[in-house]
Design a protein around this ligand. Structure first.
Ligand SMILES: *[C@@H]1O[C@H](CO)[C@@H](O)[C@H](O)[C@H]1NC(C)=O
Length: 315
């Protein structure tokens, strides 16, 4: 069992323009971080591998990596990737250059009390693709976490039996299942009591399947007690036309069993988009939306090709 306890990972990125150019210095291919000291100067590494080691209580790991500007240059990402399995708790990711935390665990794991603080990225639009959690794994519970970022707070790309519970998302693109590519399956996800500060996410909640995906399955997604608001686009968007919101949806993949049950989920949007958008090529089954209350924006735009039906819901 690995555990990361009480430390701060801080990636400090000066802008590409402001950073001194090292001439005549070839970049080292891969640098390994295995101590607080070895994290201190990674400015000439093209790849950084952080391996498992114990951080003494109270010490701060400050990772000084190369400058990067997505929009111009490649950024190292994800900032940390978790493999193996275990309980990962109580740490801070500050200013990740792109995606913050990638989860590729292989057995039951929990991620709790984690702060992804990419607030600095809101300045001059510096932050991009700063997903909080990217998940391709099963049996993972993420709870009590806070994400300030500029892209998805959570993006589940594959896996089964995952729970996202009592987290707080602000500034980014909300909670996403997807985007889902061909042959990927996401089943049995529960999203409970997720909060976003009012009018601060671009979208609220999304399920997005690639328009060219074949044999992708999204099934058994339950939302309970979430409260999220979008400040620009759909409060809730379920689409098989990704990367478009609405377009020509895939008919070779299926979305089924998308329920809002248990405690009421409240979704609002303040933008000029439909509060709910559903763009299906092949959606199936009965979707129970009895615990959904959605308001704001324009009238819902729901295309349920494939035979799905929605029960209940206020929108
Ligand atoms: C979703 O709701 C439908 C219709 O009520 C029900 O048949 C299905 O079992 C529910 N799925 C989950 C995962 O609760």
């Amino acid at each position: 069992m690995q555990s990361l306890v009480s430390f701060v990972l801080a990636a400090l990125f000066s802008s590409a323009l402001a950073s001194p150019t090292k001439t005549g210095t070839a970049k080292r291919a891969t640098c390994t971080v295995d101590s607080v000291d070895s994290a201190a100067d990674l400015s000439d590494c093209t790849d950084v591998e952080i391996i498992a080691w114990e951080v003494p209580a109270g010490e701060v790991i400050k990772i000084e990596a190369a400058s990067g500007a997505n929009r111009g240059a490649a950024k190292p990402h994800p900032f940390v990737k978790f493999e193996g399995y275990g309980s990962f708790t109580n740490f801070i990711i500050k200013d990740s250059p792109a995606q913050a935390i990638s989860i590729g665990t292989t057995s039951t794991s929990t991620f709790t009390d984690i702060l992804v603080d990419n607030l600095d990225g809101t300045t001059d639009g510096l932050g991009a693709n700063t997903d909080g959690f990217d998940l391709s794994a099963s049996d993972v519970t993420i709870s009590g976490c806070t994400v300030y970022n500029q892209d998805d707070c959570l993006a589940i790309n594959s896996g089964t039996n995952n729970v996202f519970e009592n987290n707080y998302c602000s500034g980014g693109h909300g909670i996403s299942i997807g985007s889902i590519a061909s042959d990927k399956t996401v089943t049995d996800v529960t999203s409970l009591a997720t909060l976003s500060s009012k009018a601060s996410c671009r979208y609220g909640m999304r399920i997005k399947v690639d328009s060219d995906a074949t044999d992708a399955i999204v099934s058994g997604i339950t939302y309970s007690g979430n409260s999220i608001s979008a400040n620009e686009k759909y409060g809730l968007l379920i689409t098989q036309s990704y990367s478009e919101d609405f377009g020509t949806p895939s008919t070779d993949s299926v979305i089924e069993d998308i329920n809002f049950t248990g405690s009421t989920t409240i979704i609002t949007t303040t933008g000029d988009y439909p509060v709910i958008g559903v763009d299906c090529g092949k959606c199936e089954g009965t979707w129970n939306w009895e615990s959904l209350v959605a308001s704001g924006g324009e009238a819902a735009d729901i295309i349920l090709a494939g035979g799905a039906s929605i029960l209940g819901g206020s929108y």
